[in-house]
Design a binder for this molecule. Structure first.
Ligand SMILES: *[C@@H]1O[C@H](CO)[C@@H](O)[C@H](O)[C@H]1NC(C)=O
Ligand SMILES: *[C@@H]1O[C@H](CO)[C@@H](O)[C@H](O)[C@H]1NC(C)=O
Ligand SMILES: *[C@@H]1O[C@H](CO)[C@@H](O)[C@H](O)[C@H]1NC(C)=O
Length: 481
């Protein structure tokens, strides 16, 4: 089929592509045709019973263990929740370099039954836990308000897809699929869900580009006022959120990921259960229940909106357990000796607190800077599209409402996460009786004060963070921001 495509005029190509898409969706949906409510109900129910047993064990284990950091720390990275920053600038920094598992976003790169490493992060869903020894693994995750997560998913898909336009100058009409074969692109394109969303958006963006070049303009909405509704350049936000691909990969994505039911799951019935919930939303509450319980059983739940505070409280709560690591880290990086000069300790810890978070801040700033310049460069290829907070405010209320209603389960899960977060914060504050106002960074540091000389720690962390995030040599299109 591929060689035929370029011969067709673009509008036909569009129709053909849509047909292919819907045919694909129809094929999957076949298993859950309209008269199949009962089989669906049974499938979801039997999954829920099995998983409830598992999550109940997780919750029990946690109430026995409390805030015990087990042998392996698993960071469930839900896409577009700032997880890269949280992992790279914070969680990973609590571990020595040899303790960090090999990057496992595209596939597991260590033996999960006998991990020799202590921290790993992935976009895989929670079902990956079936491959790990649950009783020696602590799970943590970050949640973000679903509206922002969906907008960010759309923006990122457009951005990465647009980067490919750079390679296409002067070759109008050429099949953009060819470019995905480039070895440089393996990384972004091999990570779920981008391995589906990016090529999807890429095909779309090229099709619209070709139509413009040839003078056919596909569906230019009279209301094309915002970057989210520029259909002559890129699929509009509205079209995106109603597309079957978004239903499969984006909506209620946090819930499906926490439940272990993405279309990237290790559980074989995941596809059917997911489809059934998509088709019969009333079945979704059973999945939501499992997802909420799972968060209850996690070591810690952070919020993207309060990332640094999340990090501070984590550090404060796990204080005793990480102080030994920090000491070792400091030796790894600074090779300086640790002494504990009693009286000046508080002052030194204040310094340490400041420096630790300065290091964290410079790490996050570096990441943000490189991401935003990469975004700016990509968007230059599809003017006048701009993605920004201001631009987001122009999205019509009706579209926002659609997103919220398509993600109502995620919204509930997010509220549950907020509740858990508030409890964690309360616990932290009650353990630390704040005397220095609300300075959680400082408190977090004070609560791990065991035998660490602040100054050295701070210097170590600053140097070491700089070393880690300084100059990355990966080609720009390869890294996921
Ligand atoms: C487009 O923008 C103009 C002013 O910026 C506004 O008056 C108009 O209502 C907008 N159209 C739509 C469909 O949103
Ligand atoms: C996951 O979803 C994408 C996009 O809809 C689809 O192309 C892919 O085949 C799905 N994968 C599985 C294993 O169902
Ligand atoms: C580090 O300090 C300890 C005492 O606090 C001392 O015994 C040790 O020799 C010192 N090590 C170095 C390398 O200075």
């Amino acid at each position: 089929m591929a060689p035929l495509l370029p011969l067709l005029p673009p509008p036909l190509l569009h129709i053909l592509w849509l047909t292919v898409c819907f045919a694909g969706a129809a094929h999957i949906a076949h298993a859950v045709a309209s008269d199949e409510y009962l089989p669906c109900e049974a499938a979801v129910h039997s999954w829920a019973i099995k998983e409830t047993e598992i999550v109940d064990r997780e919750v029990q284990l946690k109430s026995a263990d409390g805030l015990q950091l087990r042998d392996l720390l698993f960071f469930l990275h839900i896409p577009r929740t700032g997880g890269r920053t949280y992992h790279q600038c914070f969680l990973k920094q609590l571990f020595l370099s040899e303790e960090r598992c090999r990057i496992s976003y595209d596939k597991l790169r260590f033996d999960p039954s006998q991990p020799s490493c202590k921290i790993f992060s992935t976009h895989d869903d929670f079902s990956i836990m079936h491959k790990l020894d649950q009783s020696s693994t602590s799970a943590v995750t970050n949640l973000r308000h679903p509206l922002d997560r969906v907008l960010s998913t759309y923006e990122f898909s457009v951005e990465v897809a647009a980067r490919f336009l750079r390679f296409k100058k002067g070759f109008p009409g050429q099949n953009p699929f060819l470019h995905t074969k480039s070895t440089h692109l393996v990384s972004t394109l091999s990570i779920w869900p981008w391995k589906y969303l990016v090529p999807f958006m890429q095909r779309d963006i090229f099709m619209r580009r070709d139509a413009r070049l040839e003078g056919h303009v596909i569906h230019m909405a009279p209301s094309a006022n915002t970057s989210y509704d520029a259909a002559s350049i890129v699929m509009s936000l509205l079209e995106f959120i109603h597309h079957p691909v978004a239903h499969e990969l984006v909506h209620n994505g946090a819930m499906f990921q926490v439940a272990g039911l993405t279309n990237n799951s290790f559980i074989k019935e995941a596809g059917l259960v997911h489809k059934c919930v998509e088709r019969y939303p009333q079945l979704g509450h059973q999945v939501l229940h499992v997802a909420k319980r799972r968060l209850d059983g996690m070591l810690y739940v952070g919020l993207t909106e309060k990332q640094q505070e999340s990090a501070s409280i984590f550090l404060g709560l796990m204080g005793d357990q990480v102080s030994g690591r920090l000491e070792a880290l400091q030796q790894e990086s600074g090779k300086q000796n640790v002494s504990a000069p009693g009286q000046r300790k508080t002052v030194q810890l204040q310094d340490a607190a400041q420096s630790l978070w300065m290091a964290y801040n410079s790490c996050t700033r570096n990441l943000q800077d490189s991401c935003s310049s990469r975004r700016a460069a990509a968007l230059q290829l599809i003017p006048p599209i701009i993605f920004s907070k201001e631009e987001r405010k122009l999205i019509p209320d009706a579209v926002v409402e659609d997103i919220l209603s398509l993600n109502s389960l995620d919204l509930e899960l997010y509220e549950h996460a907020e509740m858990l977060y508030a409890k964690q914060k309360q616990l932290f504050l009650s353990l630390n009786q704040p005397q220095v106002g609300d300075d959680l960074e400082l408190l977090a540091l004070l609560s791990i004060s065991v035998g660490i000389s602040g100054g050295t720690l701070a210097i170590g962390l600053v140097l070491w963070t700089r070393k880690r995030v300084g100059k990355e040599r990966t080609p720009v299109w390869r890294r996921v921001c």
